[in-house]
Design a protein around this ligand. Structure first.
Ligand SMILES: [Zn+2]
Length: 267
């Protein structure tokens, strides 16, 4: 039976999304690679138990994991940052995470997720703390980092240009869309300040709307139909991922889900 401790069930084929952006695994959380021309950037290393597949995927695409220089996190939960310590130790890459999620990745507060799933989290001290409006620059990459708290206090969203054959598109990732951390049961379990988290999400959604995004990058495959688009891409649709309506449609859905939580799940 499939569960998170049988990672091979969630193996995925790596592929080039657009230009220098690649999908390198896995399910249920997504790991992306950007080839900056001056080293590799990983967004969300994923679960520690899944790292062997991510490394194999990176090699399959013709890259050397030792060329990874930056590990950037959408937020500090175990499905995004569980592999970070191991990958940083392996490659010497520097880690970036939002200020609000530092306490969870260094172990000062509980991870507030997935503890019952028994995957491993090795704590790490981030090399760089992200603040709203920061830019991560390396090679051809200039990534704008926007604080969009709600799913966690330190959730960040990322926006950057990708140029391919003289054509530039704007890529964007919303760093934390899960309503699981805003549910009343969750809030009571972890003694969170509920109104704050729901209120933060309420502000983060319109903040994301201010950004123009041509290529919506999901940190979970379901957000942007990663695998459906992979099929279309491999069938010859080179613009499968460049869908300017995706971003607002996703944010509309997110707002509806938040409204539903607030209306139907009082604290
Ligand atoms: Zn999360």
């Amino acid at each position: 039976m499939a569960n998170l401790l049988t990672p091979w069930v969630y193996q995925t084929r790596p592929f080039q999304i657009f230009g220098n952006l690649y999908f390198v695994g896995t399910q249920p959380a997504s790991t992306h690679l950007i080839d900056t021309g001056d080293g590799l950037v990983i967004i969300d290393p994923g679960y520690q138990e899944y790292l062997y597949m991510v490394l194999e995927n990176i090699r399959t695409l013709g890259f050397n994991p030792q060329d990874i220089r930056y590990l950037v996190h959408s937020h500090g939960h175990i499905d995004h940052a569980g592999a970070t310590r191991a990958l940083a130790e392996l490659t010497g890459a520097k880690t970036f995470i939002g200020k609000g999620d530092r306490p969870m990745v260094v172990g000062e507060v509980p991870l507030t997720c997935d503890i019952e799933l028994k995957t491993h989290f090795n704590h790490f001290e981030p090399d760089h703390i992200l603040h709203d409006g920061d830019h991560i620059r390396l090679g051809n990459l200039d990534m704008e980092c926007i604080a969009t708290p709600g799913h966690t206090p330190g959730t960040f969203s990322f926006f950057w240009n990708i140029t391919k054959d003289g054509r530039t598109v704007r890529a964007g990732m919303m760093g934390g869309a899960g309503m699981n951390t805003l549910a009343s049961a969750y809030i009571h379990k972890y003694h969170l300040e509920a109104e704050n988290w729901r209120g933060m999400m309420q502000r983060s959604i319109p903040r994301c709307r201010q950004e123009h995004v041509d290529l919506f990058v999901g940190n979970h495959a379901g957000q942007n139909d990663t695998f459906g688009k992979q099929k279309r891409l491999e069938a010859g649709d080179t613009n499968a991922f460049v869908q300017p309506d995706d971003w607002t449609r996703f944010l509309d859905g997110l707002q509806r889900r938040l409204d539903d939580v607030i209306a139907n799940d009082p604290i």
